[in-house]
Design a protein around this ligand. Structure first.
Ligand code: PMP
Length: 332
């Protein structure tokens, strides 16, 4: 069966080919046309389905993953959902090391989907033995027949978006896209999309989104990493305290940094103005788009594609809770 028959051998056939949706109201005061690539149309509600499936398929093809094997990963949640879903369907065991910034709902859902979850402190250096990177590495070493997905340092993360998300945007816009605005976490999305689109048209601008407290923008501009500048922030999935090799800084033109409050308010605005119920980083990318517009990055001929990485249901106890928003001082 193919996708177009409407009948599928498994949910895995529904990964990718997400829609591009024209933004109607939220960008009406900005110059240019704005389209959102809404990644929550993937089966497990985020762009991470693409990389999880690509990396697992690749390991199977290379004979690394055998039936009954264990998949190990560090994840802020989304990659975990995707890996748990694919593991269930393909018959693997899934062990995840997550940051304690991840919401309780996320952790509960990962467990419901059959994953074994280890919760680790977010605000320790990456090389600290308590960090989720180190915990995942240790589990991988100790577990026979395990595969470490290692999304931050896996070139296949970029390749998944280079092969799917990038070409989809090119086809959906009939090559008219002039700018993409993309959140940078592992950097897989922005690097794969950016590389593909620049190969089609080198004039396309690849605009990154980073968080205040993260190191990516400074590293992109100076090649330097200043650990003293790392500060905690609330947005899950955006920015980093280390430099992931899954980020190809050469294809990124520039970064804008966004704050926790602005991103949270922008996510709520997307729901209210567009009816798209997206996650926290979608608010971040929306806020960054407004900041880029304020810097005169766009004109009336601009065709701007914004990637919304995931669904809002994961944030009901955070940005979609008035109590949480008040506790952060984000609303009165
Ligand atoms: N948004 C969310 C909610 C995420 O979980 C992630 C991945 N950590 C991203 C955006 C960033 O995507 P990428 O890792 O491809 O840079």
């Amino acid at each position: 069966m193919t996708k177009n028959d409407g009948i599928h051998n498994s949910i895995l056939e529904l990964v990718g080919e997400t829609p591009l949706i024209k933004l109607q109201k939220i960008t009406k005061d900005l110059k240019g046309a704005y389209y959102a690539k809404v990644e929550y149309f993937n089966p497990r509600l985020s762009s991470k389905d693409r990389i999880a499936l690509h990396i697992i398929n690749d390991a199977e093809k290379k004979g690394i993953l055998k039936k009954g094997a264990t998949i190990v990963e560090t994840t802020s949640g989304n990659t975990g959902y995707s890996l748990a879903m694919i593991s269930l369907i393909k018959g693997y065991k899934c062990i995840l090391a997550v940051s304690d910034k991840s919401s309780k709902d996320k952790i509960d859902l990962l467990k419901t989907m059959g994953a074994e979850v280890h919760v680790c402190p977010a605000n320790v250096p990456a090389d600290d033995p308590r960090s989720y990177y180190e915990i995942a590495k240790t589990i991988h070493k100790k577990t026979e027949h395990s595969v470490y997905i290692n999304q931050y340092f896996n070139a296949l993360n970029i390749e998944a978006h280079y092969r799917t998300t990038g070409p989809e945007i090119w086809q959906q816009t009939n090559g008219k896209v002039t700018h993409v605005v993309v959140v940078s976490g592992t950097g897989g999305t922005i690097s794969g999309v950016g590389k593909f689109l620049k190969e089609q048209n080198p004039a396309i601008q690849v605009l990154g989104v980073d968080a205040f407290g993260s190191v990516l923008k400074k590293y992109h501009e100076t090649g330097e990493l200043d650990p003293k500048k790392i500060k905690p922030y609330r947005i899950e999935g955006l920015g980093k305290s280390l430099i992931p090799t899954a980020t190809d800084f050469d294809v990124i033109d520039t970064y804008e940094k966004v704050g926790d409050k602005d991103a949270a308010l922008a996510a709520r605005e997307i729901v209210q103005k567009e009816g798209l119920f997206c996650g926290y980083t979608s608010g971040a990318v929306m806020q960054a788009t407004k900041q880029y517009a304020a810097l005169d990055m766009f004109d009336k001929k601009s065709f701007v594609v914004i990637i919304f990485p995931d669904h809002g249901s994961r944030y009901m106890k955070k940005i979609y809770s008035d109590t949480w928003m008040k506790a952060q001082g984000f609303i009165d």
